[in-house]
Design a protein around this ligand. Structure first.
Ligand SMILES: Nc1ncnc2c1ncn2[C@@H]1O[C@H](COP(=O)(O)OP(=O)(O)OP(=O)(O)O)[C@@H](O)[C@H]1O
Length: 582
């Protein structure tokens, strides 16, 4: 019920169009009644006086009513479509805004395909329900009652016969809601899961091919497609059952009304003109109810999908906007003060009581085995979520006090997993600073050692890079990301194993670009290969979420402990790199 009320609330997003649809529908029914009265009048005049010249006026009325009805139904259909389009657009805006507000902490807990299906197909499926069904429900509430009232006034027996047949709708409604509601939800779940599966198959196509797993995965996709088919057929059966029940009730109702009216006409209890009017009214009375049935049939997927949409709209963002902004002109000091954090639903915290001070303008390297909490700490610095306890302070200000825009404006990230959007290189660079001039783009790209390869591309800065930057090499993508970070000009920099996926020559270029990027910023480097953090001012060694050692790299290497063990495990990589050993 709650869901129905909220869906009804959606119509308020397009009040004018929905109102026009309802009024046009009611007026069209009025025209049908007017037409019936005019036709009855024609017949009455022909049968009683027999003068053809007498019937001009009612014939004209009947034609005018017919034309007006056609025009009104056309207007109603346009208003229906407009209501649906407006509701869908507003719903998509709201959902997209909410997903963005919920942020990466929320999306990480969900399948992207699920969210995508809800935003695209789910919203689309609102068309029939919100755009057509709900306005029609208002018509179906008013028109049959009014028409039955008129019929009772003309002939109570016929009127009451129609009223009894029409009463099948309120009786069948709870039945069809129960029957179709659960099946609709089951169908929608299966459909969204299938959508998510297909998206994952597309995104992971090369991995599937590499492992010769495409055929096996195809079987999973096929099994899920079968579930969608099964759910859709279950739906259709229930839906058709209810639909048939109601249609039969209306057919029987109309036939009964005709029979009763004819009988009463034969007794002389009803005049011929009244008989004609009553017959037309009986058909008109059922028409909005039948149309309502049709729209329900088309629209109940929208109800099923709506629960997913409202679940997104009702989700609470994990991070709240603070009230302060922090205009930082120089590299700030970053302090992790007794920071602990557990992912939602996780049994164990991912980081525990981490206290680290990153001095203004310095570089701190985070090292530790896989899963030790390095990425989690940098995610907290980007405010993807807030610490479960403790605080992160930038120049003494708790990040929670800052507006999200201000907090995120403090940090740029260059990671091995660079995300480039389908669009030109220039578009991707301007993501960091929309107002950047062409000269500024070139200057940032030069500093990132990206300008040379960009100018060699077919359309230079206007070259389309493909989805996720697929048309660029790993090293090229990273240099675009570095140029983007230079343009963003944030005072805190997170480097996440930024040179992991490139060859030695590209690594040298990227390293130079990163060194330039680090100047004047406070930097946190996540490294799996210890050589990448050998030049850091401080290293923080994490083990199962705890800091077990911290200090300058050379000092840590010189004494027995977690870092020395890590270094030894990496075959003396540090010593070979020469930097720390010296
Ligand atoms: N979204 C998540 N939900 C639940 N647990 C998570 C999530 N992300 C990470 N974890 C867990 O938190 C712990 C720390 O993970 P984190 O990614 O911070 O480690 P890491 O040191 O960066 O690892 P790696 O070097 O492999 O990237 C791990 O035990 C991991 O399983």
């Amino acid at each position: 019920m709650m869901l129905q009320r909220r869906l009804l609330g959606l119509v308020r997003l397009a009040p004018l169009a929905a109102g026009t649809a309802v009024l046009a529908s009611l007026a069209a029914i009025g025209c049908a009644v007017g037409q019936a009265v005019a036709v009855a009048d024609v017949l009455r005049r022909l049968l009683t006086d027999g003068g053809v010249e007498d019937i001009h006026a009612p014939v004209l009325w009947a034609v005018a009513a017919g034309l007006a009805r056609a025009a009104l139904l056309w207007l109603r259909d346009i208003a229906f479509a407009y209501t649906a389009a407006r509701v869908k657009t507003r719903m998509r805006d709201q959902l997209y805004g909410k997903v963005v507000a919920l942020g990466p902490g929320w999306t990480a807990q969900r399948r992207a395909g699920d969210v995508q299906t809800t935003l695209a197909d789910g919203v689309e499926s609102l068309q029939a329900y919100v755009g057509y069904y709900l306005p029609q429900a208002a018509v179906a509430l008013v028109a049959p009652a009014a028409l039955v009232g008129v019929m009772i006034w003309i002939d109570p027996v016929v009127g009451l016969t129609v009223a009894v047949a029409a009463a099948v709708v309120p009786i069948a409604r709870p039945l069809w809601r129960r029957l179709l509601g659960d099946r609709g939800t089951a169908f929608w779940r299966a459909y969204a899961a299938f959508g998510a599966r297909v998206l994952e198959a597309l995104q992971g196509m090369s991995t599937l091919k590499l492992h010769n797993a495409a055929d096996r995965y195809e079987q999973t996709v096929r099994a899920e497609a079968e579930q969608v088919r099964h759910a859709a057929v279950g739906n259709l059966k229930a839906s058709m059952g209810v639909y048939t029940l109601v249609t039969v009730a209306f057919g029987v109702g109309t036939a009964l009304a005709v029979a009763v009216a004819a009988l009463r006409f034969s007794y002389g209890a009803l005049e011929l003109a009244a008989l004609l009017i009553v017959l037309v009214l009986a058909a008109e009375c059922f028409r909005p109810l039948l149309e309502l049935q049709n729209y329900w049939h088309q629209g109940f997927h929208g109800i099923a999908a709506a629960s997913g949409m409202f679940a997104i709209l009702d989700a609470e963002p994990r991070v709240r906007d603070g009230h302060r902004t922090l205009p930082v002109t120089q590299a700030p000091e970053v302090v992790f003060d007794q920071v602990s954090y557990a992912y939602p639903g996780a049994a164990e915290p991912a980081v525990r009581e981490v206290s680290v001070t990153v001095a203004a303008g310095s570089t701190v390297g985070l090292v530790g085995r896989s899963g030790s909490g390095k990425t989690t700490l940098t995610s907290l610095l980007q405010r993807f979520d807030d610490p479960t306890s403790g605080a992160i302070r930038v120049d003494g200000v708790d990040l929670r006090e800052l507006t999200l825009a201000s907090a995120r404006g403090l940090v740029s990230v260059v990671s091995q997993d660079v995300y480039l959007f389908h669009g030109s290189i220039a578009d991707n660079l301007r993501l960091a600073r929309p107002a950047a001039s062409d000269d500024e783009l070139v200057s940032a790209a030069r500093d990132a050692h990206a300008h040379e390869f960009i100018t060699e591309l077919p359309a230079g800065y206007q070259t389309t890079v493909g989805e996720r930057g697929a048309r660029l090499s790993g090293g090229q993508r990273q240099r675009v990301a570095i140029a983007r970070a230079l343009l963003a000009d944030a005072p805190i920099l997170i480097l996440d194993e930024a040179t992991a996926s490139v060859d030695a020559a590209a690594e040298a270029l990227i390293q130079q670009a990163l060194d330039r990027l680090r100047v004047g910023r406070t930097t946190i480097v996540i490294a799996h290969r210890l050589s990448t953090v050998a030049g850091a001012d401080q290293l923080v060694v994490l083990q199962r979420g705890r800091v077990v050692e911290q200090g300058p790299p050379a000092e840590l290497l010189a004494r027995p402990g977690a870092f020395a063990e890590l270094a030894a495990a990496q075959h003396g990589e540090l010593t070979h790199s020469g930097e720390v050993a010296r």
